[in-house]
Design a protein around this ligand. Structure first.
Ligand code: AMP
Ligand code: MN
Ligand code: MN
Length: 340
């Protein structure tokens, strides 16, 4: 069925928006938290909300709960990124806002914050958001958390400045894969249109996100592609293509883990496979596994069965096994994976 041109980007009752607005307007201090290993949507949504709350006089702290905490190098150009603090420096506050985080374990070392918060607002678009109470601005049909934050900010502020528009656009454009994923509706383009009208520069943002790669990235991409495996019979005949990167690859290239996120975008284009996976070894030896489907496999369900989560066509999990064992476990889940 075609999407109606006037379809809403988010469809939540107005009473829920009002409750969130009241809570945020009444906050002298607020802590904003996104998921561990934050991506463009997590950071963009959090920093955009923070910026508007600060302009209204709220004292805001932005953070996330990685045990080994670093600001992801590929996002160091974002407006206001210098305002974020390590999880150890989080003060007490009136209100806690949790963004783009589907479950408590994705809060990492900050999981307990959700218990002690006096008031809690959850803003998310994952299919299975669980484990947190409070005001729930959750719409699994929303293309990005940034879409929900944009709706909220239009109710909180008379206008959105260039920096805020840039941050929201980063969330929107990263989670829709530059408007390529099936979540891209007319309403999503309408949100993008509003953000461009507010001053976001799509060309400059795309250049930062995708048009700029270090020499080191290309060498790690080469290493990953040199190990590429195609299993055409896997995933019940739909095909699976996969590879991995090691701590040594990253050390040699002088890269942080978040900087090799785009490797999956190259691997996933493989015609012969519906499912793609990249196992990325972290500093502690574990592997962060990124999975993608070209449309025939619910990788969100597959990754949930392996202790992770995500969306139907883009999901992940962490593996504490070696490469072969990780592949074996994923292969076994893929054999009986549901369709999206
Ligand atoms: P990534 O491959 O890291 O870009 O992640 C794709 C999607 O899966 C994102 O929506 C993530 O939030 C989600 N995801 C990745 N890793 C995990 C995990 N360990 N647990 C739950 N969700 C995850
Ligand atoms: Mn995210
Ligand atoms: Mn998101």
């Amino acid at each position: 069925m075609a999407t109606k041109p006037d379809a809403l980007a988010v469809d939540l009752p107005e009473s829920l928006w009002s409750a969130a607005v009241r809570t945020l307007e009444g906050a002298h201090t607020a802590i904003l938290v996104c998921h561990v290993a934050p991506d463009g949507d997590a950071l963009g949504s959090m920093l955009a909300l923070a910026r508007v709350l600060r302009s209204r006089g709220t004292e805001v702290t932005c953070t996330w709960g990685d045990a080994t905490w670093v600001v992801p190098p590929s996002y160091r150009w974002l407006p206001d990124i210098d305002t974020v603090v390590a999880p150890s420096q989080v003060p007490r506050s009136d209100v806690l806002v949790v963004l783009d985080t589907a479950s408590r374990d994705r809060l990492g070392v900050l999981g307990d914050l959700a218990d002690s918060a006096r008031e809690l607002v959850v803003i998310d678009h994952h299919a299975h958001n669980s484990g947190l109470s409070g005001i729930q601005l959750i719409d699994p049909a929303a293309a990005a958390t940034a879409v929900l934050v944009e709706e909220l900010l239009r109710r909180l502020a008379p206008s959105i400045d260039v920096e805020t528009a840039t941050l929201l656009y980063v969330g929107l454009v990263t989670d829709t894969g530059s408007f390529q994923h099936p979540v891209t509706t007319p309403a999503v383009h309408a949100v993008a249109g509003r953000l461009l009208a507010d001053g976001a520069d799509p060309s400059a943002i795309s250049r930062q996100l995708w048009g700029t790669r270090s020499f080191g990235f290309n060498t790690v991409l080469g290493a990953a592609l040199s190990r590429l495996r195609l299993e055409e019979q896997a995933a019940d005949g739909r095909g699976w293509v996969w590879t991995w990167t090691t701590i040594d690859d990253l050390a040699t290239a002088g890269l942080a883990l978040d900087e090799i996120e785009p490797v999956i975008d190259v691997v996933r284009a493989t015609r012969e496979a519906d499912v793609a996976a990249v196992f990325k070894q972290d500093g502690d030896g574990s592997f962060r596994v990124s999975t993608r489907s070209r449309g025939a496999t619910d990788v969100g369900a597959v990754c949930a069965a392996l202790g992770g989560g995500g969306h139907k066509l883009a999901a992940g999990f962490t593996s504490y096994d070696d490469v072969d064992t990780t592949a074996e476990r994923l292969r076994a889940q893929l054999a009986s994976a549901p369709a999206p």
